[in-house]
Structures are given as C-alpha cells and as structure tokens.
Design a binder for this molecule. Structure first.
Ligand code: ARG
Length: 589
C-alpha cells in the first residue's frame, strides 16, 4: 500500500503542476503545529523565489486547484504562504480499512531484495555472557527482524570468539587437572570419547582460574600459548578438546539466547575463517597491497581526506601470527565466497569503531569485497549503572547476563503477584518472564544505539511511562476489551472502521497510518528506536481514546463494531511492532 504521506503529496504535486509550478515544491510533511493542522506543505515559500510571486499567492492558487479533492476536510493557505491540511475522516477510515484487510498492514516489501549478513552477539566461547553482550544481541536481533520484514534475505551470524588464548588456557588447565585424559597422550591412536570431559559449570570455572594463573605465572602462560599454537596447527587431541569446548559452550549459549528471544541462522566463529587466511595473505602480498613494516605485514588504509590518523591495518604480526584483524578480513572472504552478500552489518561496541574502519577500508582497497558491497558498522554505547559508570554487580564485578535476567524476572514476579490472587504460580512466572524481557529490550532499544544509557531497572519495569511493560499493558487492555466484546456479540466480519467523530479518535487513526513509513525509516537507518517512539505515541493515543470513549457500553451497534475494528487494528500494529523489537505480549497481566 502507498504511504499516506505519498498519497497526500501526489495530490499536492498535481495541484502545483496544474498551476504551472514545479512538483519539487509539493513536499508534504507531518505538521509541526498539530493544533493548526495535521499535514503541511511549505513549498510555496520556496517557489516564490523562482516564480517571483508572493508565496501566499502561490499557496492560494494551489488551494484553489485542490477544490475538487476529496482527501481533505480542511485545506487553507495562511500567511506568509503555508499550506495547512487536515485529512478527511472518511478518507482516513477508508485507508485504515484497507490496512486492516492487508496481511502486511500496509507495509510493502522492498522491490530490490538484498542479501544482508548481520554479525551480532559475538560471545566468546567458554566465557560466560556478560551485560556487554546483551546490547549486541538485542539490537542485532531487532535490526535483523526489521530487514527480514522488509523482504530482504537476512542471515544472522553469531560470530563466536572461538580462536585465541582462552582456548589454550582451558586446555592447559585441564591438562593439570586431568593429565591422564587421552587428549594429552601423544601416542594415543584410538577414538576420543564423544562425551566432553567437563560440564558447562566446570568450564566456566576453569577459564577464570586459568586466566588468573596465567597472569601470575609466566611459565603457565607460556604453556597456554604453546597449547594455543598446537591447537591452531592441528594437534589432534587439542582439536578434539576444542570441539568439546565449542559443543558445550554453544549448547549453553543457545539456551541463554533463547531466553532472550534471540536466534541466529549461522553459528560460525573466528575459527571457521582460519582456513581462508593463507590464501588471503599471499593474495595481498602478490598484488602489493600488503608490505612489511617493522617486521609486520600491513596494508595502508589512510585516505587524503582523513582528519584523524588512521593507522595501517596489520595483517600478520612480526612473528607471523594472525590477529583479530586477520580473522575479520578472512571472515569477509569466507562470507563473500559462501553467501555473496550485498551488505554486512556489524553490531559491535562503538569502541571498536576505528578498528572496523580499518578493516572495512582494507577489505575495499584489497578488493575482498565488490565496489558496491556495503560494510556497515552499527556501534552501540555502554550500558551504565545508575552511578553513570559501566554496569557492574553490587560487589563491583562483571555482571553475568544470566544473573541479571534472573534478578529482573524475580523483580517482575514480585510486582505482578503483589495484591493479586487467583493466578497460578506457574502462569505468574511465565508472565513475569515475558514482561521482564520486554522491559529490558525496550529499555535498551528505545535509546539511539550509539548512545550510552543508564540501565535503570526500576524505571524499566514500571507499567507507566515510556517502558516496555506500559506497551504490553496497552496490548493486554485491548485484548481484554476484544475478548469481552466477543463474549456478548456476534461476529463482526462485515463491520468497518467508521470515520472519526472525535479528536481523540482521529488522532489514534492518524497514528495508525504511520506504520509503513516508520518501519521503512527504521530499516533504512538501522534504527529500532524509531519503532519504539512510534509505538509509544500510538499507545498514548490509544489510551487517551480509551479513557474518553465508552466502547463496550455504546448503544449504536455500528459505531461499537467500528471501534472494535479500530482496536483490532491497533492491536495488530502494536504486536507487529514489538515482534520487530524482539518481544511479545502475554495474554493477561
Ligand atoms: N567477540 C567480540 C567481543 O566479545 C565481538 C565480536 C564482534 N564481531 C566481529 N566480527 N569482530 O568483543
């Protein structure tokens, strides 16, 4: 379906052209004076210069030419040359009836579907998820859902951090603890056990222990580095252990992400990119993109227009070892080869921005990607505590994601069971979990991603204000009205949304027309916060309408059924939107 602003603009274009003016002046926007009008066009002011006429004359001519238009209930030219417009209630109702009938609620799919890889999550195996990983998961999931909804072919890749010293550390520590395991016996020729020699909780304890030891004990660290080296060069026993580590870690990660309503199409990691490194390095050397500087292999990526220093991109260290850079570049090679994407979006902490700038420039310069392959860095800010410092546990340690989620679930459970009876423990727990997730996700997504924000749990879980629970509450309220109506009435298949009779009703209806343009904008700018602020406005408009309208006791059946349809549409728009944000509403709360 056409967007409402486009329909209005087309009407204005016809009028401008009809009067002999260029269509470029016919731009229509939402009014910034809602007290005066709903839409406005300021084109006459700009046209005045070109046509050497008073703006008000132009505006008057345009209004005159709109005489026969049925789109507007009010159209006027006001000094010095503004055109103010209000939509006709019956046109508005017709538009919304069409939206309600459309299974995509008036949102068209893109004409040019792209293949887009979204690199998000980025957890590191064997290390527990911490709150730093929360933002990447929440934002990436939403950006992915929005792009999918727009009709693109989207591939979400978790891009595990599974290549580095942390693995050598675990192997080393394990060797100390269980030296008789066959993985450490170089003469062993049999099959390795299929069962991992550790559980996830052991693994989560082994890593920090090993990491602590390596900081104090140089010899231990050397051993870990040697184990890493052997693993990376195909040591049979270590590779088998590595596979156990991945398997145990990934099982646990999947469970954690599932609790966050986050899922990935690909569970690839840094290790998958390693086989691409040797060829990539020789290619870069042969084509003279890369050269040796202080022993290291680097590619220059600075550009004449730079205002700040962009250091060269290091491909190999002087000892020949690869780095985080190398892996990310090789991952790009891998992705181009396997999926040939039009675009790659990285949802990563914004402190890695310069790093990605180097990687992207290097990939472009060395032609690992096509000229028009879009590489986009979607950096996010830090999640702070109320003290304005990065979020920590009460003891000042790194907060584990699992503990954070558990405590919010608990908090929410308390809140919804206070002074309430008749809800089973089981249902209350389930509902609490759903609302808590909305609280956390909305609390995050309603901020522009790049900004730091304060994780203020008391505010996030509030049922009032700009919060996830407020939105869910609104949806549940609508569901309950619809259920009550259904109990006492017949089917309303033939009913339609009627033209608005009151201002609050019209305001709600105007909000409902915006879904398609909001989703499109949030896709184009990878900006879920635009959906958040839209549904907050919509929920407010609905609640005002609700407070001023006695829906279920309305005596005129046609009016009542029309309102029910309007409520259905409101519910559908809200539910579609929160699904794009990555959460959903309970049946009751
Ligand atoms: N594992 C990294 C971390 O924990 C994030 C990975 C981001 N993605 C990437 N392609 N480098 O910081």
């Amino acid at each position: 379906m056409k967007k409402i602003l486009d329909i209005i603009e087309q009407e204005l274009i016809d009028a401008f052209v009809n009067c002999g003016y260029s269509e470029k002046y016919a731009r229509v926007t939402l009014s910034n004076r809602p007290d005066l009008c709903e839409y406005q066009c300021n084109g006459a002011l700009a046209a005045a210069k070109e046509y050497k006429k008073a703006p008000i004359m132009i505006a008057n001519e345009v209004i005159d030419s709109l005489k026969a238009s049925t789109l507007f209930e009010m159209k006027e030219a006001v000094m010095p040359g503004f055109i103010n417009l209000k939509l006709s209630p019956s046109f508005l109702a017709d538009y919304l009836n069409e939206v309600l009938e459309d299974d995509r609620l008036g949102c068209e799919k893109t004409q040019v579907p792209k293949t887009i890889i979204i690199d998000y999550g980025g957890p590191n195996v064997a290390k527990p998820l911490h709150v730093g990983h929360l933002r990447s998961a929440i934002i990436g999931e939403s950006v992915k859902r929005i792009a999918k909804f727009m009709g693109h072919h989207v591939i979400g890749d978790v891009h595990l951090g599974d290549w580095g010293l942390q693995l050598g550390l675990i192997i080393t520590e394990l060797k100390y603890r269980k030296p008789t395991l066959p993985y450490f016996d170089d003469t062993y020729t049999g099959e390795y056990p299929s069962e991992a020699p550790f559980t996830i909780s052991e693994l989560e304890e082994i890593y920090p222990t090993a990491s602590g030891k390596s900081k104090e004990d140089e010899a231990y660290k050397k051993e870990a580095m040697q184990a890493t080296y052997l693993l990376q060069n195909g040591h049979k026993g270590y590779v088998a252990l590595f596979n156990h580590i991945i398997q145990v870690s990934v099982t646990d990660l999947k469970k954690n992400y599932e609790n966050l309503n986050v899922s990935f199409d690909l569970w690839k990691g840094e290790s998958d990119a390693q086989p691409y490194i040797p060829d990539m390095v020789s290619y870069m050397k042969e084509n003279e993109y890369a050269y040796i500087s202080n022993g290291a292999l680097v590619v220059d990526v600075k550009e004449d227009t730079d205002t700040k220093e962009i250091p060269p991109c290091m491909i190999l260290k002087s000892d020949g070892a690869s780095l985080y850079n190398t892996t990310d570049l090789a991952t790009i090679v891998e992705r181009m080869k396997l999926y040939n994407p039009d675009e790659m979006i990285y949802v990563v902490d914004k402190r890695q921005e310069l790093y990605f700038e180097q990687v992207f420039r290097c990939a472009k310069k060395t032609k690992l990607v096509n000229e028009d392959t879009k590489l986009k860095f979607l950096g996010f800010g830090t999640m702070n505590g109320k003290d304005g410092k990065p979020f920590k546990t009460r003891e000042g340690g790194v907060m584990r994601l699992e503990s954070l989620i558990t405590s919010i679930n608990e908090e929410m459970y308390k809140k919804i069971t206070e002074n309430k009876e008749g809800v089973s423990e089981d249902e209350a727990r389930r509902t609490a979990k759903i609302i808590a997730l909305a609280a956390v996700k909305y609390g995050d997504l309603s901020n522009q991603a790049t900004k730091d924000y304060v994780f203020d749990i008391d505010r996030f879980i509030s049922f009032e204000g700009d919060t996830g629970p407020y939105l869910l509450y609104t949806i549940v309220r609508i569901k309950s009205i619809l259920a009550k109506y259904a109990e006492n009435n017949q089917r309303i298949d033939n009913a339609v949304i009627n033209p608005a009779k009151t201002d609050v009703e019209k305001t709600l209806m105007l909000e409902l027309t915006k879904l398609n343009s909001v989703i499109e904008a949030s896709y184009e700018e990878s900006a879920p916060h635009k959906i958040c602020s839209y549904i907050y406005d919509l929920a407010n408009a609905f609640n005002r309408f609700y407070h001023e309208t006695k829906i279920l006791t309305e005596e005129d059946e046609v009016t009542k059924a029309g309102w029910i349809k309007l409520l259905m549409l409101t519910k559908n728009v809200l539910e579609t939107s929160i699904d794009l944000l990555g959460f959903n509403a309970p049946e009751r709360m």
